[in-house]
Design a binder for this molecule. Structure first.
Ligand SMILES: NC(=O)c1ccc[n+]([C@@H]2O[C@H](COP(=O)([O-])OP(=O)(O)OC[C@H]3O[C@@H](n4cnc5c(N)ncnc54)[C@H](O)[C@@H]3O)[C@@H](O)[C@H]2O)c1
Ligand SMILES: [Zn+2]
Length: 353
């Protein structure tokens, strides 16, 4: 299966996402694979058996979001220079979103930009992070605040890499799939409700559907000046939750799951979503053991947290809310009182009231 990424404004090159088609990779250049010890231990042998290139180097950085930083970037760059990679060389990102974002960023700055290929190995990076060209690292001021738009040359999705993925990481990826369905595609949402994504063929179909949605969004709005912001549905809330819990209690996708439920509750209170729809989305998230409720101790403080997000310009909060299943609305003028009221009810277990 293939998904084409074609840009409306030809500032970036078009490319292809290949799904379950990785049989061989041939490059007439030097190649450096950027990975981490966990992914290398599990899957590098297989990748190397498929790869042919002039020279192949392996650069391993420590595993984890806390290593998505300038220090790791410097380490990778140093290795590239030591191995004498040049402007024609190619990087391969082999790992989850952390490796993908960081490799893409290094590719964007090494000798003013070289090609890179994404081979994502988590569900989250397969359905979301590896496509669209957002690259970057974190610093003391926040997540992904340093980076560049740099599109990969190609993306290879292999669902067999997911066989070693822990269940929680799998669920985290599902949250991003649900995100695409709720905001853009009602038919896809209904299909998800009745399809078990632990079944291989269903998963491949869900990956393809999500990528088609992402491809369409990114082709309309590569640099996030409008439509692409819809992919942040649930994220405005999730970022505050991640911040409050020190990025340790929840995986990103789990925080997004809670964030989507919060967005849905807000949409319900504003009349854009029915109680039935809130329940359907929550039930789907629960099928994959995703959390949806989070008790906020101080709703005022949580609200203040929205303003720390780099996507909150000019002190207004732009909420991305579902408007019926498969549709969205971007809305800026929600009364603070309405938001606080919803936030104060989001931690309650049980029936949606
Ligand atoms: N660029 C974008 O558009 C975009 C979109 C969404 C998220 N992101 C970024 O992606 C990152 C999150 O990505 P992630 O969820 O993939 O996290 P991750 O890269 O940290 O991977 C999660 C864990 O799974 C391990 N792992 C990877 N593949 C595995 C496999 N096949 N089997 C077993 N374990 C495996 C990793 O080593 C890691 O420990 C965040 O930094 C986020 O900012 C970027
Ligand atoms: Zn996300």
């Amino acid at each position: 299966m293939k998904v084409a990424i074609n840009f409306n404004q030809k500032t970036s090159h078009d490319y292809t996402v290949y799904i379950n088609e990785l049989s061989s990779l041939k490059f007439d250049t030097k190649v450096a694979i950027i990975t981490n010890p966990k992914v290398a231990g599990l899957h590098l042998k297989r990748l190397l058996s498929l790869l042919e290139a002039k020279e192949v180097y392996i650069i391993t950085v420590a595993d984890g979001e806390s290593f998505k930083n300038q220090k790791s970037v410097d380490f990778i760059l140093e290795n590239l220079f030591n191995h004498r990679l040049d402007r024609k060389s190619l990087l391969i990102a082999f790992g989850g979103g952390v490796i993908g974002d960081m490799t893409g960023f290094v590719a964007s700055i090494f000798q003013r930009g070289i090609d890179f290929v994404q081979i994502p190995t988590t569900l989250l990076s397969q359905v979301d992070a590896s496509v669209g060209g957002k690259t970057g690292i974190n610093n003391a001021y926040g997540k992904n605040l340093i980076g560049a738009f740099h599109q990969p040359k190609a993306v290879y999705i292999e669902s067999s890499f997911l066989e070693t993925l822990p269940q929680r990481e799998f669920g985290a990826g599902i949250a991003e799939i649900v995100k695409m369905a709720v905001t853009f595609d009602k038919t896809f949402f209904s299909w998800l409700e009745k399809s078990d994504l632990h079944v291989k063929a269903h998963l491949a179909e869900a990956i393809k559907k999500s990528l088609e949605t992402k491809a369409w969004v990114v082709s309309q709005d590569e640099k996030e000046q409008g439509l692409r912001a819809v992919l942040n549905y649930g994220h405005t809330f999730a970022h505050v939750i991640e911040n409050e819990t020190g990025y340790s209690r929840y995986l990103h996708g789990e925080a997004v799951s809670i964030g989507m439920h919060m967005a849905n509750m807000l949409a319900l209170s504003l009349g854009y979503f029915t109680k039935e729809e809130v329940k359907r989305v929550e039930a789907l998230l629960h099928q994959y053991h995703l959390p949806t409720r989070y008790h906020i101790r101080d709703v005022e403080k949580f609200y203040e947290g929205f303003f720390l997000d780099k996507k909150t310009y000019n002190a207004t909060i732009k909420f991305i809310l579902p408007q019926g299943l498969g549709n969205f609305i971007m809305i800026e003028d929600v009364a603070k009182k309405t938001v606080l009221d919803v936030l104060s009810r989001c931690g309650e277990d049980g029936e949606v009231a």
